[in-house]
Design a protein around this ligand. Structure first.
Ligand SMILES: [Mg+2]
Length: 291
């Protein structure tokens, strides 16, 4: 594989198998690259404290840390680090109280609509900074595993159909958008099948903000960048997983790799490599050898 100057990657399911799994291997694979000046950007829907126990950046000395970036919380929080090891905030999408409550209202209306019209119950998690998580399968506990599993797609589709909702996940997106319009808020839904996430931003906003920062401050070009994830797969007609949202107008010509073994349709240009976290770790180790 060719050598890249900037590697953007998803965390859960790409860099680590679960949040409680030790992060030693990924830290060990990242360290020589950061030391050699390769830029690494973690792009994850979660918050900083869920990434290597909130200690990932602190695992690297300040000069290496200056090559590390985070794009978190569906566009909410982006950061880099200065040569002194201190955080440099990069623009993120954080709503004011009014917009956040309009988003909450939108998600509750969707929940209420499904319950009243179809007897379909969901669970809504409200405590995120700029999105809500709507659990479409509240009776199924994923346990430690936070990432997409092939069977969940069919499960959700079957459950929706059984309740008389025939428009599938695509239909849920449309409902979320239309309830959002009623509340004067533009929402961007995504899904990993079990959870429908309705928020103000997506991974697109994270990668665009970090790309802009890198172009401006480090002279980085799209040609040096690659992107790694495990959720590019089409979940419902025309609806792709959250990692597919790393493909934006700005990044469209970059290289995209998928470590998921699940068969199915992916956005054009995404290369399925499979073999999960191990594939990504071996890529980082190869890159360190040639860096
Ligand atoms: Mg993932």
């Amino acid at each position: 594989m060719r050598k890249y100057g900037v590697i953007f990657f998803d965390w859960d399911g790409t860099a680590v198998t679960s949040r409680s799994a030790p992060a030693d291997e990924i830290i060990g694979a990242m360290a020589p690259l950061l030391e050699k000046g390769v830029k690494l950007a973690v792009i994850s829907g979660t918050s900083y404290r869920n990434i290597a126990g909130g200690k990932l950046a602190e695992s690297f000395p300040p000069p290496s840390r200056a090559n590390l970036y985070f794009g978190l919380g569906r566009g909410a929080n982006n950061r880099g680090y200065g040569g002194d090891g201190k955080i440099i905030a990069i623009d993120g999408i954080l709503p004011d109280k009014k917009t956040l409550s309009a988003l909450h209202r939108t998600c509750f209306q969707l929940h209420e609509h499904l319950l009243e019209q179809y007897g379909y119950n969901t669970d809504v998690i409200f405590n995120r900074e700029n999105y809500c998580k709507i659990d479409l399968e509240p009776d199924i506990d994923r346990g430690e595993r936070l990432y997409f599993n092939g069977g969940e797609r069919e499960l959700v589709d079957r459950r929706l159909t059984r309740h008389g909702f025939s428009a599938g996940i695509r239909g849920l997106f449309e409902l979320a958008i239309s309830f959002g319009e009623q509340n004067d808020v533009t929402v961007k839904p995504t899904t990993d099948a079990k959870f429908l996430e309705v928020g103000l931003g997506t991974k697109s906003d994270n990668v665009n903000a970090i790309m802009r920062h890198l172009e401006k401050n480090c002279g980085v070009t799209a040609a040096e960048c690659c992107f790694w994830g495990d959720e590019y797969l089409e979940i419902s007609q025309g609806v792709f997983g959250s990692d597919a949202l790393m493909i934006t107008e700005k990044t469209a010509n970059c290289d995209f790799f998928d470590v998921s073994d699940v068969r199915g349709k992916r956005p054009p240009g995404v290369k399925r490599l499979g073999n999960g976290v191990n594939r990504f770790l071996s890529f980082l180790r190869e890159q360190a050898e040639t860096a």
